[in-house]
Design a protein around this ligand. Structure first.
Ligand code: ADP
Ligand code: MG
Length: 347
């Protein structure tokens, strides 16, 4: 069974098509992360599922029931927004219980569910506080609590962590995954942060310009990006992408024989190499000059220029001097190739 099924969704605002033929099936209890740059249509997609926008065309099914013509309140979907949207004059207890009160639950039931939800989210000692008395992280927990208290069929989380500071953001990633697993509810989490997506997702849906670029597990997207866009959007530092050609079966600019796939001579390619797949060492295959050496605590990221081509190398344990000559190695197995015209993966 798939819990959410989007069939050929198109959404236009005026003449601008912002979602272009999105078809997607979510597995039951899956945590799907929608990743993409600002403006690519992530929020619009969530708002369509929640019923806050109308489809231009297509269909939405939740647990095999068509929902795209239902009122938001009849969809059993819960959405959490980036800016929390808590009621400032209500205590945490009242904020948490509000969706149940609207649903006309009994007082005792509300009380019990509020206590359980607060406990799950570590808010028990904040129940009598107002939102203004809470930290950003605590407010975000209340917003989450208000979404989960109703036991919806699906959670939609729209960049819920982007207002938090870096430390808390990392902590809350794990927290959301924990809660999602405990509640066993299908969830779509939206972010523009690739590290957040990699760390949380069962599967990632990479979106660009209103279109699906790639859908797969974090490992699939990282190890086998289907396009230059996917290759460079995921991973830090970005994958090095350089122009390459095959001349007499030799891959230039490195002059290596490539065996893993068949490409005609003189084809123009783009070659991708992740910064961690280049190693700097004495007696490397190729010689280059250092142009930058950046310290990141656990590693140095070194920028080199080889044959006029700039390459970043991560995972270095030692700094390098600017203008120092170094040698490095790359292996064919770690190279990615893309069609220069289409940007799509080859092989
Ligand atoms: P994201 O959440 O990925 O940053 P959005 O879904 O908010 O992107 O927006 C996608 C595109 O749709 C943007 O170009 C945005 O300007 C446009 N858009 C969103 N909502 C509206 C609206 N109500 N009217 C007109 N254009 C809109
Ligand atoms: Mg958005």
């Amino acid at each position: 069974m798939n819990s959410l099924y989007l069939n050929k969704i198109i959404k236009s605002f005026g003449k601008t098509e912002v979602l272009k033929n999105i078809t997607l099936e979510l597995n039951e209890n899956e945590l799907l992360v929608i990743l993409g740059p600002s403006g690519c249509g992530k929020s619009t997609l969530l708002r369509l599922i929640a019923g806050l926008e109308d489809l231009s065309s297509g269909e939405i099914y939740l647990n095999d029931k068509r929902i795209d013509r239902l009122e938001p309140k009849d969809r059993n979907v819960a959405m959490v927004f980036q800016n929390y949207s808590l009621y400032p004059h209500m205590t945490v207890e009242k904020n948490l219980g509000f969706p149940l009160k609207i649903a006309k639950e009994k007082k005792e039931v509300i009380k019990e569910k509020v206590i359980n939800t607060a406990e799950m989210l570590g808010l028990t000692d904040k129940l009598l506080n107002k939102p203004s008395e809470l930290s950003g992280g605590q407010r975000q927990r209340v917003a989450l609590g208000r979404a989960i208290i109703r036991k919806p069929d699906i959670f939609l989380l729209d960049e819920p962590l982007s207002n938090l500071d870096a430390d808390l953001r990392v902590k809350m990633r794990a927290e959301i995954v924990r809660i999602q697993q405990k509640l066993n509810t299908t969830t779509i989490h939206v972010t523009h942060d690739q590290a957040e997506a990699l760390s949380m997702a069962d599967r990632i849906l990479l979106l660009n310009n209103g279109k699906i670029v790639q859908l797969g597990t974090p490992e699939e997207l990282y190890k086998k990006p289907n396009s230059v866009f996917a290759a460079q959007f995921i991973g830090f530092p970005k994958m090095n992408i350089i122009d390459a050609t095959i001349e007499n079966k030799y891959l230039m600019p490195f002059g290596m024989q490539v065996e893993s796939f068949q490409i005609d001579d003189n084809s123009n390619l783009l070659m991708g190499i992740r910064p961690e797949d280049i190693s700097l060492h004495n007696n490397g295959q190729f010689q280059a000059k250092v142009t930058a050496s950046e310290y990141f605590g656990e590693q140095y990221i070194i920028t080199i220029v080889y044959n006029g081509i700039e390459l970043k190398i991560s995972g270095c344990q030692q700094p390098k001097k600017i203008s120092e000559t170094v040698t490095f190695s790359v292996s064919e197995s770690s190279m990615h190739f893309f069609n220069k015209q289409t940007g799509l993966r080859i092989g």
